[in-house]
Design a protein around this ligand. Structure first.
Ligand SMILES: Cc1ncc(C[n+]2csc(CCOP(=O)(O)OP(=O)(O)O)c2C)c(N)n1
Ligand code: SF4
Length: 280
């Protein structure tokens, strides 16, 4: 067993990767995101036993198993609730919540809105591939309205306006809003590190291709570009930029100043008292 005295003074990205081999399809964008997250942890000088990765359900949500931090592979759409609870109970831990666009914006959409509004100090990394990968190719809230290339999509597409997570996060009160691309692991690591450092609820949407159900997303690498403008602290300016954004600008859009939500901690009851309270 490793004792604290065996721990290195500084953990590398490799130290944050577990021995569990990812089961993702070769070429899946989520490999790049895993590397960016572990690099961000190392660059910030974090320690695995003081860091946690919480996820929901989906291919992307497998990520806690691939890191050496504390982890919680929770249930579909509920990762933000688990993450918020953990941060409030253990403010000393760095909490990173991760998952997919289906997990976070469809079944978890309500929790997403309230996580932005509540502003607990944690970072939410969404691996957005505009599809439900794990369940074999259904359209997700961020899918283009005319996408019908999968047997799981209605002919002609859903016809529905895609969910715009950056605009919705901004409107709902998120304190940090950014977009990144899995094909740019160093840039994504820098953005995630900034998001972790920034107080309050930080959203990083990472465009992460699903090469199995959305093969055309391989082309994203030819169209993404660094945003031409620096991050703004003015939500009105950020909203204006989003109105002309084509979805391929990467970088930090908004850094706000709202104080994080951290209720005063009450004395916790002793475990024995709780036992008595719940005894049948
Ligand atoms: C309550 C519940 N409903 C539905 C499912 C089935 N399910 C598992 S993963 C998933 C979608 C995952 O898509 P996304 O979050 O975009 O992640 P990806 O697999 O693309 O990374 C669904 C609908 C489930 N596991 N639990
Ligand atoms: S199905 Fe798509 S999202 Fe899932 S592992 Fe394969 S490439 Fe990645």
């Amino acid at each position: 067993m490793t004792s604290v005295s065996d721990c290195p003074a500084h953990y590398t990205a490799k130290d944050f990767k577990s021995d569990v081999k990812p089961v993702w399809c070769p070429g899946c964008g989520d490999f790049g995101v895993l590397s960016s997250i572990t690099k961000a942890f190392a660059d910030l000088g974090l320690e695995p036993h003081k860091t946690s990765v919480v996820s929901g359900i989906g291919c992307s949500s497998r990520i806690p198993a691939y890191t050496t931090t504390y982890g919680f592979h929770s249930i579909h759409g509920r990762a933000l609730v688990v993450g918020a609870g953990l941060k409030l109970a253990r403010p000393d831990l760095t909490v990173l919540v991760a998952g997919g666009d289906g997990d976070g914006f469809s079944i978890g959409g309500n929790h997403f809105l309230h996580a932005c509004r509540r502003n607990v100090d944690m970072t939410y990394v969404v691996m957005d591939n505009r599809v439900y990968g794990m369940t074999k190719g259904q359209p997700s809230p961020t899918t283009e309205p005319d996408w019908d290339a999968s047997a799981m999509a209605p002919p002609g597409g859903t016809g529905m306006t895609p969910f715009n997570p950056l605009a919705i996060a901004l409107a709902a009160g998120a304190n940090f809003v950014a977009r990144a691309f899995s094909g740019d692991p160093n840039g994504t690591a820098r953005t995630i590190a900034e998001a972790i450092t920034h107080p309050g609820f930080s959203l990083v949407v990472v465009m992460s291709p699903c090469i199995t159900f959305r093969e055309e997303q391989r082309e994203w690498k030819t169209v993404v570009r660094p945003a031409q403008l620096e991050a703004t602290t003015d939500p009105a300016q950020a909203a204006k930029r989003l109105m002309t954004d084509d979805g391929f600008n990467i970088g930090i859009l908004y850094q706000g100043h709202r104080p994080p939500y951290m209720p005063e901690r009450k004395e916790t009851a002793a475990l024995a008292d709780l036992d008595r309270e719940f005894a049948l």
